[in-house]
Design a protein around this ligand. Structure first.
Ligand code: ZN
Length: 258
């Protein structure tokens, strides 16, 4: 392990001899780990090309951390960070930025982790990454946006209510004892995010939940790009702004899980 200007160089992942990509695993001073992948000159990869860059971020928190009384909170938070940041305050600006630059983005909340990912024209990677990083540096998550995003979560729920996979999952969940997070309704909907909780309580709890769990030392980032070292340095300068913030205990309002 080497340490250069507060960036720790970690041991590279093992790879197959036929794998022509170069890997570099680093840990920034804020604890965020990043795997930088660069293709070698004669690397042939039918799915990926040099003009597109790929980014994925996995955060070590999922729906199992939802308070019992606010089921769907982690999924709701995943939606809320898209709704503007101090630096880029327009709602869904990132989404529009990506889609107008030959890209695609999405996110998913699982039981024990949350993943955000996107691809974009390489020449716009830095702009995309700056907008993306600000999801986690200073998201606004205003009351007005919360109101709108509740509708988006409800709409996802309604679109999937007849999906057999989700129905079976919820059937299994119903067999688990109530206090165990595997029994939760992790999706969230109007009932759990609107009817059963006051808006001011939801506002407080989603902000504190973010500070408590969307911390840089819980984040693992992966970037595949053809850009060189100078660009990587610019990326690091953006990513090191993600903080480990102090948070009030969200379970002070609602008790922790057993
Ligand atoms: Zn969703």
């Amino acid at each position: 392990m080497r340490i250069t200007s507060a960036v720790e160089i970690l041991e590279n992942p093992k790879k197959f001899p036929s794998d022509r990509k170069n890997y570099k695993l680093i840990k920034l001073e804020n604890g965020l780990k990043a795997l930088l992948i660069k293709k070698q000159g004669n690397c042939k990869d039918i799915e990926h090309n040099d003009t597109i860059s790929y980014v994925a971020l996995c955060i070590d928190v999922g729906s199992f951390e939802d308070p019992f009384e606010v089921q769907g909170l982690c999924h709701f938070l995943e939606h809320m960070v898209f709704m503007g940041s101090e630096k880029f305050p327009k709602e869904n600006e990132f989404d529009q930025y990506i889609k107008s630059r030959n890209g695609f983005d999405n996110a998913m909340t699982e039981c024990e982790f949350t993943i955000f990912y996107f691809k974009v024209d390489t020449e716009h990677l830095h702009g995309a990454l700056e907008r993306f990083a600000n999801f986690f540096i200073s998201p606004l998550m205003s009351l007005e946006s919360m109101f709108r995003e509740m509708e988006a979560v409800e709409s996802e729920f309604q679109n999937n209510v007849n999906n057999d996979v989700h129905r079976v999952n919820q059937l299994f969940a119903s067999m688990v004892r109530d206090t165990h997070p595997a029994s939760y309704f992790t999706w969230g909907n109007h009932k759990t995010l609107k009817t059963d909780i006051a808006l001011k309580d939801l506002y407080f709890i989603v902000h504190e939940f973010r500070k408590r769990f969307y911390k840089s030392n819980r984040m693992n980032l992966c970037i595949q790009t053809s850009l060189g070292l100078e660009a990587q340095q610019r990326m690091k300068n953006v990513l090191r702004q993600v903080k480990n913030e102090e948070a009030k205990n969200v379970y002070d309002i609602y008790p922790a899980n057993d």
